[in-house]
Every structure is written in structure tokens, then in C-alpha cells.
Design a protein. Structure first.
Lengths: 175, 114
């Protein structure tokens, strides 16, 4: 029987990850958004990036949770029919999990610049309607984007720089 | 010949263990772990794998220089300061439910358009 995702699939998945002991850190734009002070400072993103500890047992636990929720699992090559976990962990393959209405969670087994232990070490723990969520440190998430160096990352960093320039401390300092 | 430096003590500390704990559990001398961290003693992949299993990380995580150095993201000191302030402002336990509300609203908006 599949579990119910409710109105917030991300919260539901994280809650189960916490219960099942899946080791993860929220990264990417989704992670950066937790540092926003108000909705106007959030950035649109079409997926929710979770960095999983790249161990066989951990990835297996995560996949079991997502399958119980009825997510469609895939990779960049398309829908995943059989899961060769050992191969995926060895090659650090990124998995995608999609809900029937198109919301997507990306399960990353590596990110630019940091091993899992380094991002997890000082991760912040926020709560989403009572559910604890581990989020990577803002400076590391931005640095990771900088190291990834894709055009969209560079563009995002320019936008983030503009956002920081609006901070009162910066405005005062540059006057 | 230059030897690889490890960061076994640092990773162990992040998991609440000391170098002595790691050495005892793996049947090693603590001084050997220190020498590996300092790059004065070679470390085999097999041993690195044993330490990684004990600490619940990948062997690559135990190698010095395998992660990004803490260089500032932005060149301007005022921006670095603003970034650090923002980073520290997110304290453990803060309720951020509204972030998901905003995120899901963005996604519905763009999902409906595509």
C-alpha cells in the first residue's frame, strides 16, 4: 500500500527519511531558500535537491521510502525499471523521484566541492511544520554552485550577490 | 616522495570520536593515525576503507584536499560579511514552513505554464 504524500510531498518524504534513519542534507536552490528572510527572497526551482550519504545501505533506505510513497524513480537516462544500487552508488548516479503531478526530488550522491561528511558536519536543522530538516550551510551551498560553474549557476550567483547588496550592512559599507 | 595527508581525526571528531577511539577499534597505534594525518606515513587503500566504514563515510572523504577550501564566495568583504551573517542567522529549530509554501507555489505556477 502506498503512503499518502499530502499537500507537501517534501515534508512527507523528509519525515519518513528521519524515521528510517536516512542520512541526507538539503542542498541546491531548495537549501538556499531556507536562508531567505521572506517569500520575496526565495528563488524558483523546479526540484528539491537532497544530497544522500553515498553508502549502499543509506541509498537503499531512501529508495524504499520513495517507493512506498509511489514516486516514479528515474535517472537522466529515463525511467528506472530495475535498480542496480551497487552500480549507482559506485558511479554516484543522480536519481530523480517524481510525483504523479510532476513534483520532483533529486537524490544526489555527490555535489561539487564537498563530500557528504563535510556538508553534513555543520548542517543547520530547521523545522517544517514540526518536522526537522537538515540543510547545508549557505556559504557551502553557494560555493558548491560556484565550483559547478554552469551558466545557470553563475547567473544565480550574480542574482544572489544583488540580493546581498540590499542588506543594510552592505548598503552602509558601500555608501 | 610526497605522501597523501588524511583528515581522519577531523572526521572522527565530527562523529564524536577521538583518534584514540578509532585506533583502539581498528587495532592500530594512535601515533600511526597522527602520522597519516600529517603525511608522514603512507596509508593503504584497505586501511582507508576500514576507517571509512567505522566512521560511516567514503574513503575519499578522509583524504586531505578532497573538499573545497573555505575560500570566500564573493570577493567584496562586505558581501562576505553579509553572507556570514545570513548563514549564522539560520539557527537550529527555526520553523521554516513558509519556505515550502513559497516553493510549492513557485512550482505550481511554473508547472501549470509548462
Amino acid at each position: 500500500m502506498s503512503r499518502r504524500l499530502g499537500r507537501d510531498p517534501y515534508r512527507a518524504v523528509i519525515q519518513q527519511f528521519n524515521r528510517k534513519g536516512v542520512r541526507y542534507v538539503v542542498v541546491g536552490m531548495a537549501g538556499i531558500n531556507y536562508y531567505a528572510r521572506n517569500p520575496a527572497e526565495t528563488f524558483a526551482t523546479l526540484d528539491y535537491d537532497l544530497f544522500l550519504e553515498p553508502s549502499l545501505r543509506n541509498v537503499e533506505r531512501a529508495i524504499l521510502v520513495l517507493q512506498a510513497f509511489g514516486f516514479t524513480l528515474g535517472t537522466s537516462a529515463g525511467v528506472l525499471h530495475s535498480v542496480d544500487l551497487r552500480r549507482m552508488v559506485r558511479h554516484r548516479t543522480t536519481l530523480t523521484a517524481t510525483t504523479p503531478d510532476g513534483l520532483m526530488i533529486e537524490l544526489l550522491l555527490e555535489v561539487s566541492g564537498y563530500p557528504f561528511s563535510e556538508l553534513s558536519r555543520d548542517a543547520a536543522t530547521v523545522t517544517i511544520w514540526g518536522v526537522p530538516v537538515k540543510v547545508g550551510r549557505l556559504s557551502k551551498l553557494l560555493r558548491s554552485k560556484q565550483l559547478a560553474g554552469r551558466p545557470k549557476d553563475r547567473q544565480f550567483l550574480r542574482r544572489y550577490q544583488a540580493l546581498l547588496r540590499e542588506e543594510p550592512s552592505v548598503t552602509r559599507g558601500t555608501r | 616522495m610526497r605522501l597523501v595527508r588524511t583528515r581522519i581525526r577531523q572526521v572522527a571528531r565530527s562523529r564524536g570520536l577521538t583518534a584514540a577511539d578509532v585506533a583502539r577499534r581498528l587495532g592500530l597505534y594512535r601515533s600511526n593515525l597522527s602520522a597519516m594525518d600529517a603525511g608522514r606515513r603512507s596509508v593503504s587503500l584497505r586501511l582507508l576503507g576500514r576507517v571509512a566504514r567505522l566512521l560511516g563515510c567514503s574513503p575519499a572523504d578522509l583524504l586531505e584536499g578532497s573538499w573545497a577550501p573555505q575560500r570566500p564566495v564573493f570577493r567584496h568583504p562586505a558581501l562576505t560579511h553579509a553572507l556570514e551573517t545570513r548563514d549564522q542567522r539560520l539557527i537550529d529549530g527555526r520553523e521554516c514552513g513558509w519556505v515550502h509554501t513559497a516553493l510549492l507555489a513557485w512550482q505550481r505556477h511554473y508547472g501549470d505554464r509548462s
